[in-house]
Structure formats: structure tokens, C-alpha cells
Design a binder for this molecule. Sequence first.
Ligand code: HEC
Ligand code: HEC
Length: 453
Amino acid sequence: MKSSWKFFVAIAVVFVVLQCVRPGIPSKPATAEIEVPAQIHRILESDCYACHSDQPRLAWFDEIQPGYWLVRKDILTARGHLDFSTLGSKPAAAQKATLYEAVNMIQLGAMPLSRFVALHPQAAVSPGDLAALKTYLSPWAPLPAPSVAAGGSGFPALSAEAPPIRLEGVSAEWNGVAFDPSFESWKPLSFTDRGDNNTFRFILGNDIAVQAAESGRISPWPDGTRFAKIAWQQQPGSDGLVYPGNFVQVELMTKDSKKYATTDGWGWGRWRGVDLKPYGSDARFANECTGCHEPVKGNDYVYTPPITSAPSTLKEAVNNRAAALSATLPYQPLRWTPITMFVDARTRTMSTLYGNENAVKSLHARSASPAAPVYDPGAVLALATWAQRDDPHWFGGRIPDIPVSVEFVTVRAQNALAYRRFDGPNLAEAHPSSASIGQRTSFLVGLKPASLP
Ligand code: HEC
Ligand code: HEC
């Protein structure tokens, strides 16, 4: 009995001594508070400021060791990532982008940290508060009308095109991940319309990625998988459709579970602008990538549900609905090369123009970007149009839902053009009037390829 008594005294002494070992948590008045309406500020303050501000508010029990150490560590890490007390010094667009990330972290259950909510239930974001944040962000506000009337075909007027750069000469990222110049020939896995930052994206995969997507072996994705995500600014055309405008960046993810073990098994890289300048200023840029991909850990850190008919037991890991093209179509274009895409906000549809090998060869042979593309005999274009739906993984994004129509233009000998259209739930062949055939044929053939560096 005596020894157990001594034991408890020892524990009590250690406990008391621990309370005295107390590294501080720096606290100071906010220098540049995030600029949001009072209602939004109140939500962030009550649910997030404990960790993401310069004035931590601790509950009395957070002050008790050893819990205090853990809370302190969370606060310091959290501030390093995001500090609402200084965010106001950033441009409005950057503040908004952070709020989108915040909403998505909340929606995906990653924030506030669950170990914190367990002890501080009042920090859980209520459905009403989440809805208020979403309403405030309202991603689908209409884009400004085009300032310059674009030429006949409805293409947006682009700024002067930069001369193409040599892809082989592009520098590696700060973390050593090399640029892969072959990305332009990878196959499409999906397309997104991002209302949070008004961009369109192609998500492409190398052969290993495509095979994995087609067999449903995607979580984890096999070593050697590579993804490219290409982003363009959205630009409204004079025809009411929204097209890819200026090129923004390309991002690559390379799976190597051993080599990249410290960054979730993926090598990350982002190259910005037409000169493809590596992003960041040191290797720490990759924390941004892993931080924001963390909520989709259950999908091997991959956001995109690839458009494939492969079954998957994981929820929303593949996009079967968009892949439902009927077997009776004259061609299956989903793995052809995407040439461009556009969105029709009036019908809430998104479309991708695909080209077969001959179509892409014709484009490359004339890469000096003529006013309109010219396709050689043997070229086939396919315009797939889907209903849009909200991206289940990212508030502010939209992805293809069920197919609405597929149109084909075949270039025959002497450049004769043949048009066919398939519509409706079963994609049955339609029999459009000859006026409509003429109009759609010239529309498809005249679509300008999305610009690449
Ligand atoms: C208990 C402390 C804590 C609370 C409360 C908390 N967070 Fe965090 N947050 C963290 C930590 C720690 C990280 C860094 C995560 C990591 O590195 O894995 C983080 C990271 C983030 C990030 C990623 C930032 C980046 O750029 O990498 C976002 C966004 C975020 N939190 C939003 C929120 C929002 C919104 C709330 C309130 C609804 C919230 N957090 C509440 C601790 C917290
Ligand atoms: C603010 C959140 C955020 C950050 C930061 C971020 N990503 Fe992503 N990433 C996404 C979302 C959302 C998608 C889904 C596609 C889309 O809508 O753009 C995505 C998709 C991708 C894809 C296509 C494969 C997939 O996971 O769907 C690649 C490649 C990619 N990101 C690379 C990067 C790299 C490299 C970085 C860091 C330089 C990075 N990402 C940082 C949110 C983020």
C-alpha cells in the first residue's frame, strides 16, 4: 500500500512541475483582419480563431499540461498555414481563395481538427453556418461580359500569344520534381469548371493512370501514375458560351510511394505562366499541395473522379455517369485528345471537343496558330456535351454529369465534312435539318484549340 501511495505523490509532483514548464503562445492584436461581413467573421471567430488567429482563446482545461503542449503545437502549426489576423493584407482574390479552401476543409470534415471539436463541441461548424459561408462566396456569379466584340465564330479575343517555349528546357520544381514535357500527349481523365477562381481545367493521365482508371485500381494508384492538370482563365465569348482564355499553369503529380513517402507518396510540381516558371521559392511549396489534398486522403490524395465505366466501391471515386456513352456510337471519343472545352451557363452543360489522332496531327502540323484550325482528311472531331453537376469533393467546382449529346464531324477526301449527332438519354441518332447541320459543322470545325505553352 505504501509504495502505491508514494507513486501517486510522485505523479502529483510531476503534474505540478509540468504546469510550470510552459512555453508561451505569442499573442498580439490583429494587424490585418480578413475582410468579410460581420456574420462571416463571427463564424470564423467562434470556430477557427482558437488556432488560426494571433489571439488564441484557450478554454481553462486547455491550460492544463500535458494537453497544453498539444494545443500549443496545433496553434503554432495552424498559424503557419493560415492566420486570419493577417490575411487582410493579401489581395481580395487571395482572401477569397482561402475562404474557399476553408469551406472545403469544413465540408470534407478536416476542419476544425476533430480532436479539438471532441473537447470543444461549440467549435463544430453548424450546417447553417456552413450554408452562410457558401452563400457569401457564391461561386457562380456571372462573369463580366466580353469587353471586345470577338470575331465571327464567338472565340474570345485573346491577348497576343507568346512564342512557344522549348518544353525540354523547363526547370525542375524546388523539391526536385522534374517537369515532364510529354504531358500534352497524355489522355483525358476529366474536366472541371471552377467557379471559385474562374478557371477551366483538363485533368490528363499517363498510360499507367489510364489503365488504372479503366480497371478501377485507383486507391491506391499504382507507382508510375502521373497526372497533369492544365488550367486556363475562363473567357466569355460573344456567343454567350464561356471558353478557355489565357493559359494559367500546369501541375503534375507523380506517384512513387517510396521516393515521395514524405509528401503522401506523390511528387508535386506546378509551373506557372506561358514560360512555365517553377512555383514557390523553396521546397516548402509542396506543403500547400499536400495540405489541400489531405481531405481526399481516402482517395489516395486524388480529387478527380476519372471519367471511366470501371466499377469502384469507393464513394465518388470514379465518374461512371459521365462515361455512359452508348456502345452504338460510331466512335468512342473519351480517350481521344481534348482540344478545347466550353460551358453553356444557360443550359448548365459543359462540352469537350475531342480529336482523333489525325485531327491532332493536323493541328500540330500547323502549330503556327492560324485564325481557324484546318483538319486533314481522316480527321474526326467529337463534341461531347454533359449536364454539369457540383464537384462532390470541392465546393466551387463543377464536373461532367450524364451525357446530353455527342456530335461528330468527319473530314473526308477533298475536305468534304460529314456531320452526325446523337442526343437524349440513350444518345439516339438525331436527324437535324440541313441548316442546323451546316451551322453545327462550322461551329465544331471552327473551335479554337485551348492555348498551350
Ligand atoms: C485545434 C486547432 C485548429 C482549429 C480550431 C482549426 N484549425 Fe485549421 N488547421 C489546424 C492545423 C494544425 C492545420 C495544419 C494542418 C496540417 O498541416 O496537417 C490547419 C490547417 C488549415 C487549413 C489549411 C491551410 C493551408 O494553407 O495549408 C485550412 C484552410 C484550415 N485549417 C481552415 C480552418 C477553418 C475554416 C477552421 C474553423 C472552421 C479551422 N481551420 C479550425 C488547426 C486548427
Ligand atoms: C486550395 C486547394 C488546392 C491546392 C493548394 C492544391 N490543389 Fe491540386 N487540386 C485541388 C482540387 C480541388 C483538384 C480537383 C481538380 C480541380 O477542380 O481543379 C485538384 C487536382 C489536382 C491534380 C489532378 C489530380 C487530382 O488530384 O485530382 C493535380 C495534378 C494537382 N491538383 C496538383 C497540385 C499541386 C502540384 C499542388 C501544389 C503546387 C496542388 N495541386 C495544390 C485543390 C488544390
